[in-house]
Write a protein that binds this ligand. Structure first.
Ligand code: ZN
Length: 224
């Protein structure tokens, strides 16, 4: 019953939610470019304010060595499980700018699609979770499970401050399950559920000038 009322609320407030998502996408939160530091801070403040406005009472902006984490909690059902929702509000650089058909930080509707840097990585997906929480809180006044939201501003630069934070706050971040919508979708009509994620492995290769030269000579010999 509360799910159907929440869904009805989400549908009835679709236009308002879309306008808010567009406000979210307008922040040029490019974590890889230090000149956008003040945009990152403005966006973090905006997001924290938004989470408070939808009815989450316990919202913190947590400073790190670089970009703040946003943590929001609703733990009003101690007998129920706890869900951890992860998302990131930083985005990739928008270069090359001349390849965009509309400005990257001026979100534009093209048919049913919202086009803008970060609209689908990860601000849009993250916002669906936020709007789901709002829909429950504004109709039932409570959530069906306990929820901890952890939103970061450094995913696109390798999350340097996320792990140290989680390690330091293992107890308060503890959850029965975690959900993030920052993974693959197979197509516009083919949503996908990725499960049993185990993290990523990064490797690199370093090529020294001497070896590169000898490889190049070998390559030329092969070619001639
Ligand atoms: Zn992402």
């Amino acid at each position: 019953m509360s799910a159907s009322r929440a869904l009805a609320y989400a549908r009835a407030h679709r236009r308002k939610s879309l306008a808010e998502l567009m406000d979210f996408v307008r922040f040029p939160t490019i974590s890889a470019q230090p000149k956008h530091q003040s945009d990152i801070m403005s966006c973090a403040n905006w997001l924290a304010g938004h989470l408070r406005r939808i009815g989450l009472g316990d919202v913190e902006i947590i400073p790190t060595k670089r970009n703040p984490l946003i943590c929001a909690r609703w733990h009003g059902a101690p007998e129920r499980p706890t869900l951890l929702i992860y998302g990131h509000y930083d985005v990739q650089p928008a270069d090359p700018l001349d390849k965009w058909r509309s400005p990257p930080f001026e979100p534009t509707l093209r048919g049913a699609d919202l086009v803008g840097r970060g609209a689908c990585d990860d601000k849009g997906q993250m916002f669906t979770h936020v709007k789901a929480l709002e829909s429950y809180l504004q109709t039932a006044g409570v959530l069906p499970v306990n929820v901890t939201c952890l939103f970061e501003g450094e995913e696109e630069i390798g999350s340097p401050n996320l792990l140290p934070f989680v390690v330091r706050h293992q107890r308060s971040m503890a959850a029965h399950t975690a959900v993030m919508s920052d993974t693959r979708m197979l197509g516009p009509d083919r949503p996908a559920i990725n499960y049993a994620e185990r993290g990523g492995v990064v490797s690199g290769a370093r090529c020294t000038r001497t070896r590169a030269r000898s490889a190049f000579r070998q390559f030329r010999r092969c070619g001639s």
